[in-house]
Design a protein around this ligand. Structure first.
Ligand SMILES: NC(=O)c1ccc[n+]([C@@H]2O[C@H](COP(=O)([O-])OP(=O)(O)OC[C@H]3O[C@@H](n4cnc5c(N)ncnc54)[C@H](O)[C@@H]3O)[C@@H](O)[C@H]2O)c1
Length: 361
């Protein structure tokens, strides 16, 4: 279950209205987006489609790529038949079936859920390194911006003195643990971007998202917010597969997409930027309580259980919160959506999808 909903359409329209001026350079250009069947880049696709519909005289022409390793075609099927979007079902680690030039490239393909990347470690490494390199090799003289999706996981389990974490923190990461296929290949991906920038002047920016959540994420993705939403939709209980004490700062997807787009359009190239919400750090237990609160009058309980996956908590960071000074200093971007509002919008969207919205309003 992951289809477009009225809440997703509203988010895309809100971003398009706010950023039409900042995104004007996209008009009449070509944009390649990889990973469009996934959580973040399906939202990005909806946003550019909304820009073409409401703001641009000359459309931005999109080439949208995914092999649906973890993403879902039904999430973007409502965009089928549009003249401004060409869909390619393709593995980005193989030679591309499309030629440049592209003025803009966003490499969002990846295997982001820990449960999925532990199952597919080699594919995870390949998409983060070989897939990224294929994207970088598509750049030409006319390329104006490339965005590579790195991750806050490159910091590993940070020293408490370095939380909130800024971009110059070098990380405390295992290169052999069960998370290493993801963390270390994202680190190498950043190295690759910087090498291309230094050697060829490619205008590439790396962003490090911090725990993005919101409508459209697969309910069976096995990340914490979808797990809690699945529990709420089933009438409870909300199951935590930990003691609930680790913290995360959760960033609503609309804010993440805005941050991605501001970084792509205006941030200096050859640099990495944290994109997250620095005002929403909560424990996982507190997050479950926020879900209970927004689900009212539906009564929900929270239960602690042990995961059946032996490695579920191995190398799990204890505390995570971004320092976002670097991106806010060079762009107008600031997170706007607080945790309760974002969780309420997320639950609303899942209920819209399940046709249950009216039952709990
Ligand atoms: N969501 C987050 O909180 C978060 C946090 C940090 C970093 N990121 C990064 O942002 C990017 C997008 O994350 P997401 O949450 O949307 O992930 P997602 O898993 O929902 O989507 C990723 C998409 O990439 C596709 N894909 C995977 N391998 C591919 C390949 N070889 N060729 C073509 N397509 C392929 C998948 O099918 C999926 O549709 C990823 O690179 C992820 O690592 C996300």
């Amino acid at each position: 279950m992951a289809r477009v909903t009225p809440t997703i359409r509203e988010d895309a329209r809100l971003i398009a209205e706010e950023m039409a001026g900042a995104l004007a350079p996209l008009q009449g250009t070509r944009l390649l987006v990889t990973g469009v069947g996934g959580f973040l880049c399906s939202y990005l696709l909806d946003t550019v489609a909304a820009l073409n519909d409401i703001a641009f005289e000359r459309p931005c022409k999109l080439v949208a790529m995914d092999n649906f390793k973890s993403g879902l075609p039904e999430r973007i099927e409502h965009l089928g038949g549009r003249k401004d979007i060409q869909f390619l079902q393709h593995d980005v680690t193989l030679p591309f079936p499309v030629e440049g030039p592209f003025e803009w490239i966003v490499h969002g393909a990846g295997i982001a859920s820990p449960t999925f990347y532990r199952r597919f470690p080699l594919e995870t490494i390949d998409v983060n390194v070989a897939g990224l390199r294929n994207c970088l090799d598509l750049t030409r003289e006319g390329t104006q911006g490339v965005l590579s999706m790195s991750t806050s996981e490159i910091y590993g389990d940070p020293d408490p003195k370095s939380v909130p974490t800024s971009e110059d923190y070098r990380g405390f990461v295992s290169c052999t643990g069960p998370r290493a296929c993801y963390d270390e290949s994202k680190r190498l991906g950043e190295t690759l971007c910087v090498a291309y920038h230094r050697l060829y002047g490619i205008p590439v920016k790396m962003i490090r998202p911090f725990n993005v959540y919101g409508p459209g994420q697969r309910l069976d993705d096995r990340r914490i917010l979808p797990d809690l939403m699945a529990g709420a939709l089933a009438g409870g209980p909300l199951v935590l597969l930990s003691d609930g004490k680790a913290t995360r700062a959760f960033c609503y997807i609309r804010d993440e997409i805005r941050g991605m787009l501001y970084a792509l359009m205006t941030a200096p190239a050859g640099e990495a930027y944290n994109v997250g919400n620095d005002r929403t750090e909560v424990t996982i237990r507190q997050l479950a309580e926020v879900v209970c609160k927004v689900a009212r009058p539906q009564p929900l309980t929270v239960e602690l259980r042990r995961s059946e996956e032996a490695d579920y908590l191995t190398d799990n960071p204890q505390r995570r919160c971004p320092d976002i000074t670097k991106l806010t200093a060079c762009t107008p971007w600031r997170p706007q959506v607080d945790l309760e509002e974002g969780v309420a919008r997320t639950l609303r969207s899942y209920r819209e999808e399940a046709g249950k919205e009216s039952a709990w309003r």
